[in-house]
Design a protein around this ligand. Structure first.
Ligand SMILES: N[C@@H](Cc1ccccc1)C(=O)O
Length: 506
């Protein structure tokens, strides 16, 4: 029998009676653990070894944990300083103890957060009382760190409680990792082959530039690929899937003949609401729903347009027009807020204020952030991306609107959109769009749309029809990838593992 060097070395180092871990074989053979693993897989395919696998969790200490091993956990230091200062008897001022405990920078907050949690005492309006019965020498977190630093095992959950490990991980003191442990045992065939004698075959596991220039590559025997062999995992940077989908939505819209709009995230209420025939006393314009900014008003609004918008609000447009008869105030129109929709951009463009040509036909879009004072839940965030768009043309109908959405969503593999009549102060008719969640089957709202009404178009001086929409990018992502909680994808609670592992759909 002929085998490559590394395989023979592994056979000779392994035993038929005692399973040997890969690491031990690596030490014995002077090979890298990956090389031993690869050799073992090849030997297993030839029936020469068996491999037993199990997973083990290990915990590595972070730099911060190493610092605390030397200086003590901040809360333990605070406790000792407190007892020293007599806080087990009578409350002592916190400021004094911080200095005595040598707590600096973020350590102060860390000490405060953990002191009460661990029952070391109480902190009340800056005064610290220490519990005389607490025992800092038996702090389980400090003990666990010391055990881990001494090479203590966390295998099979036998040594350190998993809740304690999770707590240490939340404090960024350890990083837990899962490893696959493999143990190798010789088969009877291997024992027989070893007794009969095995020759080594030179094999080469990588092609080098030298081999190519010397021509040696023609004579060597290459090792076979084993795609199941373990390799160190590499986590490179990658574009976030939300950004990827935003870019894709832009490409699709450009492909459909649209041009991109851009404009301010913080804008005058005039562009965000007044142009859209949203009465100034509309509930969405109250301070509960809108993120008002305490900045100077935007005063360079186009005066003629402001007058026409005000008149549409007060008297309506056309012969039978009737406005809201509700208060309208220029100061409110000039006040600045974070935009709650990107329809503010559509108004800037349709009015000509943004410098765009508005002779029909025209198509514009944006994929940009909007801000709403919503309650966070699995389908709502305080900020999200809206896919805004409008088409200006003669004689548009609801069919054009529906057809545009069908074409757009089909590019993402979504072919079963549903439409529901809806109400917007600025469009008539209006439609909400829904899609079906791929895993839960739930019907998810994905957008809102309509044809702008005369009260919006007339002040803008537009005589043709305009159909428009705002679609939620995050909801599109939910339909594409099957996410159930939008907070997995962005925000502070996002699931990094999921983001790293999600396959990119092209
Ligand atoms: N502004 C609407 C979307 C929309 C835009 C344009 C026309 C109709 C609807 C929203 O945020 O829900």
């Amino acid at each position: 029998m002929r085998l490559p060097d590394s395989q023979l070395a592994v056979l000779e180092a392994a035993s038929a009676t005692e399973p040997t871990p890969v690491d031990r074989l690596a030490d014995a053979t002077d090979l890298k653990p990956e090389t031993v693993t690869r050799a073992a897989f090849d030997l297993r395919d030839d029936g020469l070894v068996t491999i037993e696998e199990r997973t083990e969790t290990t915990a590595d200490l972070t730099d911060e944990a190493h610092d605390y091993l030397e200086s003590g956990l901040p809360e333990v230091r605070l406790y000792r300083a407190a007892v020293e200062a007599g806080a087990d008897d009578e409350a002592v001022e916190l400021g004094q103890l911080i200095g005595a405990a040598g707590l600096e920078g973020p350590e102060v907050d860390i000490a405060l957060a953990n002191f009460a949690r661990k029952g070391y005492g109480t902190i009340d309006s800056g005064s610290v009382t220490a519990d005389p019965d607490a025992d800092p020498d038996a702090d389980p977190e400090a003990d666990a760190l010391a055990t881990l630093a001494d090479g203590g095992s966390v295998a099979d959950g036998d040594a350190i409680d998993t809740d304690l490990l999770d707590q240490l991980e939340r404090r960024d003191l350890i990083i837990q990792r899962e490893h696959t442990l493999r143990e190798i045992t010789l088969t009877d065939d291997a024992v027989t082959a070893l007794m009969e004698g095995i020759e080594t075959a030179e094999t080469v596991d990588r092609l080098t530039p030298e081999m190519l220039t010397s021509g040696e590559w023609q004579d060597v025997e290459f090792t076979e690929y084993n795609v199941e062999a373990d390799a160190p995992s590499v986590e490179g940077g990658r574009k976030h899937i939300l950004r990827q989908t935003a870019d894709r939505a832009k490409d699709v819209l450009v492909g459909m003949g649209f041009q991109e709009m851009d404009g301010p995230h913080a804008d005058a209420d005039f562009w965000i609401n007044d142009c859209l025939f949203m009465p100034q006393d509309h509930p969405a314009r109250t301070h509960w729903d809108r993120f008002a900014l305490d900045v100077p008003p935007i005063q360079d609004l186009p005066d003629q347009l402001v007058d026409r918008v005000e008149s549409a609000h007060r008297e309506g447009v056309g012969e039978d027009g009737d406005g809201y008869h509700s208060p309208w105030d220029r100061d409110f129109a000039e006040a600045v807020a974070l935009r709650g929709h990107t329809t503010s951009l559509s108004m800037r463009y349709l009015s000509g204020f943004a410098g765009a040509d508005i002779e029909p036909p025209q198509r514009y879009f944006s994929v940009e952030k909007v801000y709403r004072n919503d309650t966070l839940d699995p389908t709502h965030l305080l900020e999200f991306f809206q896919i805004e768009g409008w088409v200006l043309a003669e004689d548009l109908s609801v069919r054009d609107l529906m057809g545009t959405f069908e074409e757009f969503y089909a590019q993402f593999g979504i072919t079963d959109i549903k439409f529901k009549p809806h109400y917007n102060p600025y469009t008539e008719p209006s439609f909400e769009l829904f899609g079906e969640h791929p895993t839960t089957g739930e019907i998810v709202e994905i957008g809102n749309s309509g044809l702008f009404r005369p009260e919006v178009l007339e002040p803008l001086g537009i005589e043709a029809d305009v159909m428009a929409w705002g679609l939620a990018l995050e909801r599109l992502l939910m339909l594409m990838y099957g996410f159930e909680d939008i907070r997995d994808v962005h925000g502070t609670l996002c699931d990094l593992e999921l983001l790293r592992e999600t396959e990119v759909l092209q």
